[in-house]
Design a binder for this molecule. Structure first.
Ligand SMILES: *Cc1c(COP(=O)(O)O)cnc(C)c1O
Length: 414
């Protein structure tokens, strides 16, 4: 193997440059324009359900504006899935509110609807007020138990902001993830299902709401001949250049999604007879994950070569390509970390040029959220201890998947 194999590397259709060239030729090099409108129309057609979509500078910005639109403000509480990437939770704090983290259930690895209801009841009992919003996440593309989540949300009349950043193209009972709640968040960061280099979008319930989101995304300008501001706004609109990339990507979105699902099917076949390793799959036919990332769990009894010394050396980079930007690690260990066999397998894959990554560390275990209330059942901590994400992107070939599985098998002590 010569080239390094990444988890999910961006892949271009070739059409992106046509749309970008048009933007330059017509001098639309600004955060609005024909590509932004065109990309939004493509996204609206893709998600269906008569939704309106606003293209933004990032998925994180979409979470932020959705929470703002739900009326979240200083002193409020927002229910958030604990097992997620920090971008689901950080915007809660941007608004001066407090995240209340809720653990996952075992089937989908996403927010546990029953525990969520307990959390809502307990917050009402403790604070006298109900949480202002609920943020479920479709981790690695897997649909959540969204019917039950929506039922609990409706019972307490709390709006739902679905974080579908990783779930572009995932479906639950035939309906696109991100269209169940009041708002749905999409991300087009470099490693997501489709990319605009960096970008995101917010799925909105109607045209009026879309206009309001656009208002806040463009510095909240009142219509006067001069700058007049009556609200605090943000500079969150997508640029016409990025939207050009998005339009090009939309021409191959279905192929990307099909390829990710194909990688799942192949991993499933190849890992079927490997004892001690389980691949995360759809819990039933109602779920149709896009398999943005394929993930495996390692049984704690599985012995991996080198696991005794797995944590002996510090990593110099960081996950997600932020090497050089991340702070240097202060110690080799943290209080909550993947099991030694998982780290040993990650190192074995890394030595053969294969990127893999532990599952996302739950937010209730993150030092930065130590003071946030949390409702836990042990599931996300157990998943984090046992799990590893495997290469699943549009550039990963069948041959590479075979070699990844061979490497996994070789790393197991017989
Ligand atoms: C990537 C991601 C986001 C944020 O999207 P950006 O476009 O990177 O800002 C939010 N939530 C989850 C779960 C993500 O994986």
């Amino acid at each position: 193997m010569s080239e390094r194999i990444y988890l999910c590397l961006a892949h271009m259709s070739g059409r992106e440059q046509e749309f970008i060239k048009e933007a330059f030729d017509t001098n639309w090099v600004v955060p609005l324009g024909p590509n932004v409108n065109g990309f939004e129309a493509d996204l609206e057609a893709f998600v269906g359900e008569n939704k309106n979509v606003v293209a933004l500078s990032a998925g994180t910005a979409a979470v932020h504006l959705a929470l703002l639109a739900c009326g979240v403000g200083p002193g409020d509480e927002v229910i958030c899935q604990s097992m997620t990437f920090c971008a689901s939770a950080n915007p809660i704090t941007y608004l001066g509110a407090t995240p209340v983290f809720v653990d996952s259930e075992r089937d989908t690895w996403n927010i546990d609807p029953e525990l969520m209801e307990q959390a809502i009841k307990d917050r009402i009992a403790k604070t006298g007020r109900k949480p202002k919003a609920i943020v479920p996440v479709y981790l690695y593309g897997m649909p959540a138990r969204i019917d039950e989540i929506m039922a609990v949300a409706a019972k307490y009349e709390i709006p739902v902001v679905e974080d579908a950043a990783e779930a572009f193209g995932s479906m639950y009972k035939g309906r696109v993830c991100g269209t169940f709640g009041q708002y749905g968040v999409l991300s087009f960061n470099g490693n997501k299902m489709i990319t605009t280099s960096g970008g995101g979008a917010l799925i909105c319930p109607d045209e009026q709401t879309k206009r309001e989101i656009m208002f806040y995304a463009t510095q909240a300008r009142e219509s006067y001949p001069y700058y007049q501001h009556e609200h605090i706004g943000y500079n969150y609109r997508m640029s016409n250049i990025c939207a050009g990339i998005g339009r090009g990507q939309m021409t191959i979105a279905d192929e990307h999604i099909a390829h990710h699902r194909h990688t799942y099917a192949l991993y499933k076949e190849l890992l079927a007879d490997v004892e001690g390793i389980s691949l995360h799959g759809n819990p039933s036919e109602e779920y149709d994950s896009n398999f943005w990332l394929n993930t495996i769990l390692l049984d704690p009894s599985l012995e991996v070569v080198g696991q005794e010394s797995a944590y002996d050396t510090a990593v110099t980079g960081t996950v997600g390509g932020a090497a050089g930007v991340a702070h240097a690690a202060e110690s080799l260990h943290t209080e909550c970390e993947p099991n030694a066999n998982v780290e040993a397998m990650r190192l074995a894959l890394d030595a053969e040029g294969i990127e893999s990554r532990p599952l996302w560390k739950p937010m209730h275990c993150q030092p930065v959220f130590a003071s946030a209330p949390s409702y836990v059942n042990g599931v996300s901590e157990e998943l984090f201890a046992k799990g590893l994400c495997l290469p699943s992107g549009p550039c990963v070939t069948d041959e590479q998947i075979r070699s990844i599985v061979e490497c996994i098998k070789r790393s197991i002590r017989r």
